[in-house]
Every structure is written in C-alpha cells, then in structure tokens.
Design a protein around this ligand. Sequence first.
Ligand code: 5GP
Length: 118
Amino acid sequence: LDGAYDSGNIFAKILKGEMPCVKVYEDDAVLAFMDIFPQSPGHTLVVPKSPARNLLDLDDDALQAAMVRVKKIATAVRTALDPDGIVITQFNGAPAGQTVFHIHFHIIPRWEDKPLGR
Ligand code: 5GP
C-alpha cells in the first residue's frame, strides 16, 4: 500500500486518451469502460479520474462521487443485461490482487447458471 502514484499506469493512459478503451460512461468524476479480460459478459471497470493508487489514497469527495457512479453504471448494466446478481469489487495492493495501480471498481454481472471464480 506504500509508494507513490505512477502516472505511467495503463488506466492513466486510458484516462489521457493515449490508450483505447470500450467506453461505457464518462463524466467529470469517472471513466467507465469494459474490462479487457471480462470475468463475465458486461464486466465493467469504473475508474475515478483522481490520480490515486487505491481506495486509501482517494479523498472522500472523490470516493463519494465514484460510488454514486458505480451505482448508476451497475443500474445500467442491470437494465442492459438482466443479470441475477452484480458483484462490486475493488482491490488495494498487489497482495490483495490489484494489478493496475490506479483506483478502480469492478462491476461484474452474475447469472445463476453461469458460475465463475474470483
Ligand atoms: P485489478 O487491478 O483490480 O486486479 O484488475 C485490473 C483489471 O483491469 C483486470 O480485470 C484486467 O483484466 C483489466 N485490464 C488490465 N489492462 C487493461 C486494459 O488495457 N484495458 C482494459 N479495458 N482492461 C484492462
């Protein structure tokens, strides 16, 4: 959890438009796009625009704004895909499973007949 924010991370590049993404939502607070290795159909990432490595680095205003967007986008995913459940996950630090060190939330639709790991 220690260390400085590295502005060369892949989500920073996507936020700057230097790398492509399949965008599903954007406003002043977040950019949301499809996960490149989806754990289920519709797996979406919500990336706050603040340069924070993880949840603990994000200030409270940005966190509140991000969570409202997570709910908004999860609601759109529900409308679009009609899943039986929706997992929201968020990893902090490599030992916790974080691989991209810019704060992000996973929205992962689940269906009763399609179990998966993680
Ligand atoms: P985490 O850091 O929370 O473990 O997961 C990072 C997520 O970002 C993974 O689900 C991975 O598939 C996704 N990811 C990694 N690189 C890219 C990329 O370049 N584009 C997109 N759209 N997703 C990515």
